[in-house]
Design a protein around this ligand. Structure first.
Ligand code: MEV
Length: 322
């Protein structure tokens, strides 16, 4: 048996705007991992909590992964059947990049199984291909963050750089428990920007402006209060773009009242997760308690920065299945 592992991702600034060529800042979310196990089999099988059965019969929402497995087998000229089993503690459809993370871990697992060298460039190409099937108009920010496992500054078709944070940051992430409708949210923002460009395109530009401002701050001077304010500004713009929802708004208010400097949705929105920035672990624990008492489905405390550019991957990793 061979394995492939990947992390989730968390967008700090610039979601939705990144679809229009504005920059986004995204980090690997190492609190949630995906592991793929590949083993020989009598027929081509896929196993996961979302679907178990022959690869040919995978449901439409797994089209990207199905296409990925079949195209890797073809590319590497390996027609023998196998079982691809995905174990995940990344909640599906919560704005944490689960589709890019599954594609990355499956690709790594298959290349390890076939004992073939996988370059980062090739991995990115394969994951982007799978993401196109999953999201339609994906900007590529999820794929680049998950594949590089580094905080990234990304502007579609223009620029991608690794960011080094000047200090440590602590976030509390909370899951609304509601699947995020990324594809529909991206499409609806597209309709708004097309129908009323004078009203909505300045909002997209403003989100890009916040990413630019925050890149400089994150790389030179970790001012948590200013980062929190920028998160609040982003959230009010994302709300105007119609991608927030009452459950996200509620968790955001709970986090702010419990002492977070700022909070916003992350990823596609309309369900999914919210992120909040806090001063330290002590405040983070207070925020977690408040969120637990007010309807969040799951919470994580996540630190990143100061030599921990890859985040604080848990020291013992057990593949929880959800
Ligand atoms: C999804 O994680 C981020 C969005 O900006 C869509 C995309 O960039 O493909 C909403």
């Amino acid at each position: 048996m061979s394995t492939g592992i990947s992390t989730a991702k968390m967008i700090l600034f610039g979601e939705h705007a990144v679809v229009y060529g504005e920059p986004a800042i995204s980090v690997p979310f190492t609190q949630a991992l995906i592991k793929t196990e590949v083993s020989p089999s009598t027929e081509n099988q896929f196993a996961s909590t979302f679907f178990t059965g022959p690869i040919e019969e995978m449901p439409p929402f797994l089209d990207g992964i199905k296409r990925l497995i079949l195209s890797i087998q073809k590319l590497l000229e390996q027609p023998e059947p196998l079982t691809v089993k995905v174990l995940s503690d990344v909640p599906v459809g919560r704005g944490l990049g689960s589709s890019a993370a599954v594609a990355t871990s499956v690709t790594r697992g298959l290349y390890n199984y076939y004992e073939k060298k996988l370059t980062e460039e090739m991995l990115l190409k394969l994951v982007n291909h799978a993401e196109d099937a999953a999201h339609g108009n994906a900007s590529g920010v999820d794929a680049i963050t998950v594949v590089t496992e580094k905080p990234v500054w990304y502007a579609k078709g223009k620029n991608m750089e690794t960011i080094h944070f000047a200090g440590e940051l602590t976030f509390v992430v909370a899951d609304t428990g509601i699947p995020s409708e990324t594809k529909a949210a991206v499409a609806d923002v597209g309709v708004l920007c097309k129908k009323e460009p004078l009203e909505y395109m300045p909002l997209i530009k403003e989100l890009g402006g916040i990413s630019r401002e925050m890149k400089e701050l994150l790389e030179t001077n970790i001012d948590k209060i200013r980062i929190g304010e920028a998160m609040n500004r982003s959230q009010s713009i994302l709300k105007k773009l119609t991608v927030s929802d009452p459950k996200l708004e509620n968790l955001i208010q709970v986090a702010l009242s419990a002492g977070a400097y700022g909070a916003k949705l992350t990823g596609g929105g309309r369900g999914g997760c919210m992120i909040s920035i806090v001063e330290n672990r002590e405040i983070a624990e207070k925020v977690v308690k408040a969120l637990q008492a007010n309807g969040s489905a799951k919470e994580w405390i996540f630190t990143i920065g100061e030599g921990k550019h890859e985040g604080d991957r848990p020291s013992t990793y057990e593949c929880g299945i959800n």
